[in-house]
Design a protein around this ligand. Structure first.
Ligand code: ATP
Length: 221
């Protein structure tokens, strides 16, 4: 079988999208040899409190942030459905779309990876996609501290980046990205305090936040 460059799938609440997200995706494309990264903003994520702004605003900010990057594309399906978002059904849909021979790689930060066993049907991910885990400041990727079920999968599935193109799913790899201790939670707190957001997220996204007065009222509308 001819090898195909994997496609990265990057889900998140992006509440709001910031430079940590952007570098995670950009460096994944370089280091993992991806054909591209498909961003999937969550409708209503199950794993955290309701996002502070409406899904369409979060989608719009991802659109603004990724505009002009030919390696990035956006998947609107979860936002348009506006129901609780689960990763496995999304991967099933993308597997249908791209076909059985296309390698897919779910991109996760180290914190999200450690929480994987809480996700609905998480073990099914491995039949649908590989997983690539980005280092994140403050979170170590250490098999000794992972939940046991995940540690077992980690030991069995760990592979180097080139292995991702040779198979369609089922491997786990890790990659170092430029460490950026930027978090959406901290950004929302900085906004609430009236602090500057400059250099933490793209300026057009900051402009969008101010234009729509986001993160100031409880519903973000
Ligand atoms: P919070 O700061 O509230 O935890 P977040 O930015 O982590 O928000 P999401 O938008 O859901 O929340 O993150 C999407 C993905 O990006 C997750 O897999 C997360 O681990 C990863 N991620 C976010 N920020 C960084 C960062 N600074 N470095 C590496 N990975 C990150």
């Amino acid at each position: 079988m001819r090898e195909q460059s994997p496609i990265g799938i990057f889900g998140g609440t992006f509440d709001p999208v910031h430079l940590g997200h952007l570098r995670l995706a950009e460096e994944a494309a370089d280091k993992l040899g991806l054909a591209g990264v498909r961003w999937v903003p969550a409708g209503q994520p199950r794993h955290r409190e309701t996002p502070q702004v409406a899904p369409m605003h979060r989608l719009q900010m991802v659109q603004i942030a990724t505009a002009g990057n030919p390696r990035f594309s956006i998947d609107r399906a979860e936002v348009e459905r506006d129901e609780i978002s689960y990763t496995v059904p999304t991967l099933e849909r993308l597997r249908q779309k791209f076909g059985p021979t296309q390698p897919l790689v779910l991109l996760l930060g180290a914190d999200a990876y450690a929480g994987l066993p809480d996700w609905h049907r998480w073990q099914e991910i491995f039949s649908l996609a590989h997983i690539a885990v980005a280092h994140r400041p403050g979170f170590v990727i250490d098999v000794e501290t992972l939940p046991e079920a995940l540690a077992d999968e980690h030991r069995q599935r760990l592979a180097e980046a080139p292995a991702l193109a040779a198979e369609t799913a089922g491997k786990i790899t890790t990659y170092a990205m430029t460490p950026l201790a930027i978090s959406a939670t901290a950004i929302r707190a900085q906004l609430a305090a009236g602090d500057s957001l400059r250099y933490l997220l793209p300026q057009p996204v900051i402009d969008y936040i101010h234009l729509h007065n986001l993160y100031r009222s409880s519903d973000g509308s």
